[in-house]
Design a protein around this ligand. Structure first.
Ligand code: NAP
Ligand code: G4F
Length: 383
């Protein structure tokens, strides 16, 4: 008999990769999905199975992290061997606009999972993974950050996640539960939500190259992040729950890069060189040269001439509306414990992560460009 896992946040970036990974390992995966006015299952549609089929290995349940009865009922029905609590209002900037909701979902939501397992008498059976975050380090007290580095959260999101971190540790110590924190540094992929900085950049640069977007407005270009690939990071989540004893682990690459350099590298991937001028809200970026052979291969010859006309134009600008009331300026993790105890080793570098994201977004945006061209032709025809 294979194991049973329950994933909250299965429709998100990590939930989708983790579900696929566990199904390949022979798990039956249950996922909690919010009711929405659209399906919102794009990331897991390739795994979906008709509810009428016998022996399904992916089963979805309607639910919400703010609903204790719902969470308790699902856990009681599924009796999972492993629970991966990935559901969260995960956007740091949005948490300043919705602090109470973020605390409810990201903080109390974790308590609801832990209490359900305890009340249902499943403490011996169900192992729990809590999606903790490098945002806990906030105003960093040590460089690089590791498991023993003190926390200094800088957003309602991080403060809510701090409660979730400690309630997980507390239930482990108080009730002997197999409950663990993965303190994951930023991880990205082609499935990353469109409003996180990496995906916002790879989508926009693809669109600019294809001539369907003029420019991009950014926030703080100088903050630094330790970016890995989500495909590597979900493997760490799995490994954390396979150990003999529960523990907390930092998962990171140990390389940190500014947002500005991420943009430069993403443009470089398609043969475009950019230069930045000015600072703060007045900083701008412009295209200074194009490697025609690389651009032609990756984007297409037909898009070269229109982009060449834009050399020297300010196509990257700053809009202070994207600044955060309190910023996390620098994150860089030390994952020695995970590398040693879990034998976890990331396969992707920042370069291969960017390549993966740019390839995927260029492909996606080419469809949009094609439709736009088609739409234009149809319009001409009717004129
Ligand atoms: P994500 O793409 O934003 O996915 C979040 C998931 O949570 C989605 O499935 C979302 O459902 C669900 N969700 C949100 N509010 C909910 C609610 N009230 N009830 C039930 N489900 C709810 O996030 P991610 O990047 O995959 O991250 C997964 C987890 O790791 C999150 O807890 C995040 O805070 C944490 N984390 C992420 C990173 C990172 O760099 N990606 C780093 C450290 C920690 P909808 O699809 O309906 O919105
Ligand atoms: O991509 P971000 O929005 O990610 P952030 O705030 O680091 O949070 C992500 O990683 C955390 C792990 O450390 C997770 F816990 C959390 O759930 C989420 O997945 O922003 C990264 C940096 C910030 O410094 C931000 O100020 O990019 C800066 N930035 C600059 N311009 C921007 C933009 N961020 C966004 N989202 N949009 C911009 O236009």
């Amino acid at each position: 008999m294979g194991k049973t896992a329950l994933i909250t946040g299965i429709t998100g970036q990590d939930g989708a990769y983790l579900a696929e990974y566990l199904i390949k390992k022979g798990y039956t995966v249950h996922g909690i999905k919010r009711r929405a006015s659209l399906f919102n299952t794009d990331r897991i549609d390739h795994l979906y199975q008709d509810p009428q089929l016998d022996n399904r290995n992916l089963i979805l349940h309607y639910g919400d992290m703010t609903d204790s009865l719902n969470i308790t009922n699902i856990i009681g029905d599924v009796k999972p061997d492993e629970i991966y609590n990935l559901a969260a209002q995960s956007h740091v900037k949005v948490s300043f606009d919705t602090p109470e909701y973020t605390a409810n979902v990201d903080g109390l939501g974790t308590l609801r999972i832990l209490e359900a397992v305890r009340l249902l008498g499943l403490t011996e059976k169900s192992r729990i993974y809590q999606a903790s975050t490098s945002e806990l380090y906030g105003l960093v007290q040590e460089i690089p950050q590791k498991e023993t580095t003190p926390f200094y959260p800088r957003s309602p999101y991080a403060v809510a996640k701090m409660y979730a971190y400690w309630i997980t540790v507390n239930y482990r110590e108080a009730y002997n539960m197999f409950a663990c924190n993965g303190i994951l540094f930023n991880h990205e992929s082609p499935l990353r939500g469109e409003t996180f900085v990496t995906r916002k950049v790879t989508r926009a640069l693809s669109r600019i190259a294809l001539g369907i977007q003029n420019d991009i407005y950014m926030g703080n270009l100088s903050s630094k992040r330790d970016w890995g690939h989500a495909k590597d990071y979900i493997k760490a989540m799995y490994l954390i729950l396979q150990q003999d004893a529960p523990d907390d682990y930092v998962i990171a690459t140990g390389v940190t890069t500014t947002i500005r350099d991420f943009i430069t590298m993403a443009f470089k991937e398609i043969g475009v060189t950019v230069a930045f001028k000015g600072d703060g809200a007045n900083e701008t970026g412009e295209i200074v040269s194009i490697d025609e052979a690389v651009f032609g291969t990756k984007i297409g010859e037909t898009y070269l001439a229109p982009l060449k006309k834009r050399l020297g134009e300010k196509i990257i600008k700053v809009d202070p509306k994207y600044f955060r009331p309190t910023e996390v300026e620098l994150l860089i993790g030390d994952a020695t414990k995970a590398r040693t105890k879990l034998s976890w080793e990331p396969q992707y570098t920042l370069e291969t992560l960017i390549k993966d994201m740019m390839q995927s977004d260029v492909k996606e945006m080419k469809k949009e460009a094609y439709l736009k061209e088609g739409g234009y032709r149809i319009l001409n025809y009717f004129e």
